[in-house]
Design a protein around this ligand. Structure first.
Ligand SMILES: Cc1cc2nc3c(=O)[nH]c(=O)nc-3n(C[C@H](O)[C@H](O)[C@H](O)COP(=O)(O)OP(=O)(O)OC[C@H]3O[C@@H](n4cnc5c(N)ncnc54)[C@H](O)[C@@H]3O)c2cc1C
Length: 324
């Protein structure tokens, strides 16, 4: 088969763009799968179509390509990255070069032009080898790229999507010291002052933040309106008054950076507001629905690995019990 020959030649996912237009569910006529993305309208699909566990030829090819990349380029670095608590910069760029960081971004913006399902396949394959490296891929594909694609103006898409697809890691900044599960209790404010917003507050446990160049920040622009004031802003790393704290020394996924961010009178131009003012709470709920599927893809393979490691010792105990 042609694709497997391509894989053998080590061609990247970016070259496999014709990719998959998978039918997710089977309903007569047109259906909107709102938990995926509000703008995804599914064409007529067939109830008899294959289950999600059965991959198409294109999907198998994509999975194999990513698995090969992970085995050859990630696996040799995993232990050292974990010990150092640091991600290899060349490896991050290699992930961009392979087209793994802009899976759904349209080709016109330099992305791989594939599907959400493909993003999840990519995340799974990376997590099998290193859950740390799956984190930036998950956050970029399921949260940040999606936010810009769905809510960005044409100007914002032209500016940010090529960066996100080819070179720039990003962070999703919602949680705060007293706003974790209850994220909408956030205290970070964005006070509008003419053509800019003044941001004050802090965020914590923000993944990718040691390496990221762009930060999608949720802050409240009208605290008197409660969560209906929460808005989303694009903050470049080098913005004055924006400070990124040291990395948390974590027990697991150590190579994936997790830092506290501080915003001290940070001036953000009004053109960096993403979507509508006061709609940030909706945007975050929507993308986190997809993000959770990505997290599930990572965890699935961590559990799978534990199971395969633990199984021999379980059967050993079982043998002992039967012996006595
Ligand atoms: C490695 C790592 C990476 C992260 N990356 C990011 C990131 O990139 N961006 C970001 O914004 N955030 C990130 N987070 C933050 C993460 O989203 C929060 O940790 C999570 O939302 C939980 O918040 P919390 O830790 O404050 O726990 P809490 O909200 O304090 O919850 C603690 C426990 O109490 C339970 N609980 C909470 N409220 C209730 C209730 N009302 N009733 C009953 N039980 C309740 C919870 O289920 C949980 O078991 C990250 C966290 C970690 C650990």
């Amino acid at each position: 088969m042609v694709w497997s020959n391509l894989i053998k030649k080590g061609l990247s996912l970016r070259l496999l763009q014709p990719a998959v237009k998978r039918n997710f569910w089977s309903f007569p006529g047109k259906a909107t799968f709102s938990s995926l993305a509000s703008d995804v309208t599914l064409d007529r699909v067939d109830l008899r179509s294959a289950p999600l566990t059965t991959l198409s030829e294109d999907e198998e090819m994509m999975r194999d390509t990513v698995a090969k990349f992970a085995a050859e380029q990630i696996l040799p670095l995993v232990s050292e990255m974990d010990r150092k608590g640091e991600m290899d910069k060349d490896l991050i760029q290699a992930m961009f070069d392979q087209g793994l960081m802009g899976v759904e971004i349209e080709a016109e913006y330099g992305g791989t032009n594939s599907t959400f399902f493909s993003s999840i396949l990519v995340i799974e394959e990376l997590a099998k080898v290193d859950p740390s490296i799956a984190v930036p891929c998950d956050i970029q594909n399921t949260l940040n790229n999606r936010l810009i694609r769905q809510h960005g103006t044409e100007e914002q898409k032209n500016l940010y999507l090529p960066m996100l697809a080819t070179s720039t890691l990003s962070s999703f900044c919602l949680s705060e010291p007293e706003a974790g599960s209850d994220a909408f209790a956030m205290k970070t404010v964005a006070e509008q002052k003419g053509d800019y917003f003044l941001i004050n507050g802090s965020k914590c446990w923000i993944s990718n933040s040691a390496e990221a160049g762009l930060f999608l920040l949720f802050a409240n622009a009208s605290p008197e309106k409660g969560y209906r004031g929460i808005s989303c802003f694009v903050v470049p790393r080098d913005t004055e008054g924006f400070d990124i704290g040291p990395k948390e020394d974590k027990l697991g996924i150590r190579a994936s950076s997790t830092c506290t961010l501080n915003f001290d009178n940070v001036k953000i131009p009004a053109k960096n507001l993403l979507g509508e003012l006061g709609q940030g709470y909706k945007y975050s709920i929507e993308v986190l629905n997809e993000g959770r599927i990505g997290i599930g893809a990572q965890v699935l393979y961590i559990l799978n690995k534990f199971y395969s490691l633990a199984l021999p010792s379980f059967s050993y105990q079982h043998d002992l019990t039967s012996f006595f």
